[in-house]
Design a protein. Structure first.
Length: 393
């Protein structure tokens, strides 16, 4: 936990709600008053927000490594973020813009937590979110990079927190002592919105109606689709990236240090952690995960992820574009962004390399999973490009 003790209290009185409840049930003579006080001790600001404010307001170096996904190397900057936040907290809290942004994040959090739609609507009217959603290693970073370029923002100037996955971090639900993932999701989302408001505040590039276009790669939004659609607003669009599970699995283990020598599943990267959490969420025990073949756990993750993507409310008619992994499809989708937003600019080459031949024995299981996912999407009223996906890039 990262606690700051200089932020004002937020108190919510529910006395009126209780009186209405008692009236409904005929207990008109009863009197009762409860006051709930939420302070920064209960919902502290995150190191991510402090780190962002320090780097953004002090013109410090940022982590923009998110845009280079061709390097098969693990990346974990959580420790450095915490260290930077702790070392520079006093400087951040002496900056009036930082204090305003922190308070704004609390205001947005309360709006989310208690459904204050008037405040959320005012925010949504000024911002048009374009979410890039897809399982890791399916081309989302490439599209995100071109999204920023198409609206006139150099990707090298965009912090990971603003552009990429990891914050907010909407994992599958699993409550543990002193941790409620729903509360954490609301808090992190509010902080992200406050950061985005500050970061994009001086940007003029946007949609035709003068709203500010806000790109965001958010893989895990698949698990809480309706939440993101409602919070980001009715004009939110999604770019959905899809990739054959065998190719995606191979790319995942390459990114994570190679296929384990014993062929069993293990966690070495964020993506593998995502796969493990998906298995635990659906009732697979930790012992079973540890003893299972790598591809079996990954394929379960792939299928569960795409079923959630179709059924949790993120994708609505007319609000999404599906892009299958492949050189031509990705480059065409990127080129369309320049045509739409700036009229200039070209997409660089999206380099692909066929991988499925490395494990031909995996294809039968993978193609069966694709058929099952296609049926779920069809039942949800969403088209699934099964044949294009079977090209298996």
């Amino acid at each position: 936990m990262f606690k700051v003790e200089t932020i004002s209290l937020y108190a919510v009185s529910i006395n009126q709600l209780i009186r209405e409840f008692l009236t409904v049930f005929g207990e008109r003579r009863a009197t009762m008053s409860i006051e709930i006080k939420l302070t920064d001790q209960h919902l502290p600001i995150s190191p991510v927000l402090v780190d962002f404010l320090y780097r953004f307001l002090e013109n410090q170096a940022i982590d923009a490594s998110w845009q280079n996904q061709r390097r098969e190397k693990l990346s974990n900057n959580a420790g450095s973020v915490r260290d930077t936040a702790q070392a520079n907290l006093s400087r951040v809290l002496s900056n009036p813009v930082a204090i305003n942004t922190i308070n704004r994040s609390y205001d947005l959090m309360m709006s989310i937590m208690f459904g204050l739609m008037d405040k959320l609507s005012a925010f949504q009217q000024r911002h048009k979110f374009i979410l890039v959603v897809g399982i890791p290693r399916s081309g989302g970073s490439y599209l995100t990079r071109h999204l920023f370029k198409s609206i006139g923002i150099a990707p090298a100037q965009v912090p990971r927190t603003i552009a990429h996955d990891g914050f907010p971090n909407p994992m599958p639900f699993q409550m543990t002592p002193q941790y409620n993932p729903y509360t954490t999701l609301m808090r992190q989302t509010a902080e992200y919105l406050a950061m985005a408001e500050l970061f994009f505040g001086n940007q003029q590039a946007g949609a035709a109606d003068s709203t500010t276009v806000v790109p965001k790669k958010t893989t895990q939004a698949a698990y809480h689709g309706a939440f993101f659609r409602e919070i980001m607003g009715p004009d939110t669009e999604c770019l959905v990236t899809l990739r054959h599970p065998v190719a995606a699995c191979i790319s995942t283990y390459e990114k994570s240090g190679g296929l384990p020598k014993n062929g069993k599943f293990t966690v070495r990267s964020n993506i593998e952690d995502f796969a493990q959490r998906a298995s635990l969420f659906t009732g697979i025990s930790q012992d079973t995960i540890n003893s299972s073949k790598y591809f079996d756990i990954y394929l379960h993750y792939w299928e569960t992820y795409h079923n959630n993507l179709a059924t949790t409310g993120l994708l609505q008619p007319g609000n999404h574009t599906i892009v299958c992994y492949g050189e031509q499809a990705m480059q065409t989708a990127a080129a369309d962004l320049y045509t739409r937003f700036s009229g200039t600019g070209t997409a660089d080459r999206f380099r692909v390399k066929r991988k499925t031949h490395k494990h031909p024995g995996w294809n039968e299981k993978a193609n069966a999973a694709i058929e099952r996912v296609a049926a779920v999407w069809s039942a949800s009223g969403i088209g699934f490009p099964e044949q294009q996906l079977l090209e298996a890039w």
